[in-house]
Design a protein around this ligand. Structure first.
Ligand code: CU
Length: 369
């Protein structure tokens, strides 16, 4: 009986359709600044598209660098040569780990193509590798995202071809069993599929991927560390890192921009387990292409990046300083390594940020008796 008035209300609204507010029309009129939106094609319109011009070999870059924007105004044929290497490298000062990598580093090489491109993909497993690998690119439509066609033993080059039907920013990763182990060892990276016309130009672009790592020793324990399966299953990482090592974005490896620059960061999360609460301390993201998709949200403080997912964040840097890049699940930053620095250089603007103005004794006003 308590719900009776609500039912009456619903019934009365149902009887008066002429009074229903036209919400849809309002939403359709949401303004979009000219030249500032992406113009992806529908995947169904891309299927019959033919590659034009001579094949080109994709420029691949190691983090935090990003390949140049695609200049082509037509879909083309692109050849990607991605080499798998198993390498022992520093995971933290004094601690080493044997990473399995796409190109020698974690994350793997950044791949940049255009929507509609036909991509001849070569996964090249170095002869010194101990185990076979493959690749699942989330930008691929088809069995296993390519994993079913790229199984490469050490010393093999596995080739397949795909058409990039959907624009967006996509994770790629190894999908060889045990998949969790291959990903936990660093086998992931990003592939950007630009829509026709590309992304709006910015001054600086960077490539940052978070990952969680499970070492046999404790955080900062020295020496060569083994993978710890128990910690991985429990989802209790020893390290949570940007770009595969503690300090990969600190000191002289910090990313740098100048006051006034528009900055875009292609953010990925390789996982294998943890969702990132990606945040830059002292900045607000003017735009976030959530989950690496087409639409953007504006004025965002912290964006969620799931394992096997991505986001594109953009902001203009207005005043100089050191801006920490963190996972705002903050013990990961201060106790597991998830910390980078964006260093912004240039003239101060006291109207935006004064800096310390005064510090003096504070005496609370006594409460009235
Ligand atoms: Cu692998």
């Amino acid at each position: 009986m308590r719900f009776f008035p609500a039912i009456l209300l619903l019934a009365s609204v149902g009887c008066a359709p002429q009074e229903t507010p036209k919400v849809e029309a309002k939403q359709d009129k949401a303004p979009a600044p000219a030249g500032d939106e992406l113009r992806p094609l529908k995947s169904t319109d891309v299927i019959g598209m033919q590659a034009e011009g001579a094949p080109e070999v994709a420029v691949l870059t190691s983090a935090p660098n990003v390949p140049p924007a695609i200049k082509r105004d037509k879909a083309g044929k692109v050849i990607v040569n991605l080499e798998v290497k198993e390498v022992q490298k520093s995971i933290a000062e004094g601690a080493d780990y044997v990473f399995w990598t796409y190109g020698g580093d974690v994350p793997g090489k950044f791949i940049r193509i255009r929507q509609g491109d036909t991509v001849e993909f070569h996964l090249q497993n170095h002869p010194d590798s101990k185990v076979p690998h493959n690749i699942d690119l989330h930008a691929v439509t088809g069995q296993g995202g390519g994993a079913a066609s790229t199984f490469a033993a050490p010393g093999q080059d596995a080739q397949f071809t795909f058409k990039a039907l959907n624009a967006g920013l996509y994770i790629y990763h190894c999908a060889t069993a045990p998949v969790g182990l291959h990903i936990a060892n660093g086998m992931y990276g990003l592939i950007l599929v630009e829509p026709p016309g590309g992304y709006p130009p910015v001054d600086k672009e960077f490539y940052v991927v978070q990952g969680d790592f499970y070492t046999s020793g404790k955080y900062h324990e020295a020496g060569l560390q083994n993978f710890d399966m128990e910690k991985a299953i429990a989802e209790e990482p020893t390290y949570v890192l940007f770009n595969g090592a503690e300090g990969a974005l600190l000191g002289d490896k910090s990313i740098v921009a100048n006051v006034g620059d528009k900055v875009r960061i292609y953010v990925g999360n390789g996982g294998p387990n943890l969702t990132s609460s990606f945040h830059v301390i002292g900045e607000i993201f003017d735009k976030v292409y959530s989950e690496g998709g087409t639409r953007y949200q504006e004025n965002v403080q912290t964006t969620v990046v799931p394992p096997g997912g991505s986001a594109i964040v953009e902001f203009t840097v207005d005043v100089p300083g050191n801006y920490p890049i963190v996972d705002h699940a903050i013990f990961r930053t201060f106790n597991k390594g998830a910390l980078g620095i964006l260093k912004v250089e240039g003239a101060e603007n006291k109207a935006i940020y004064s800096g310390p103005e005064a510090t003096k004794d504070f005496k609370p006003v006594a409460a009235p008796q």
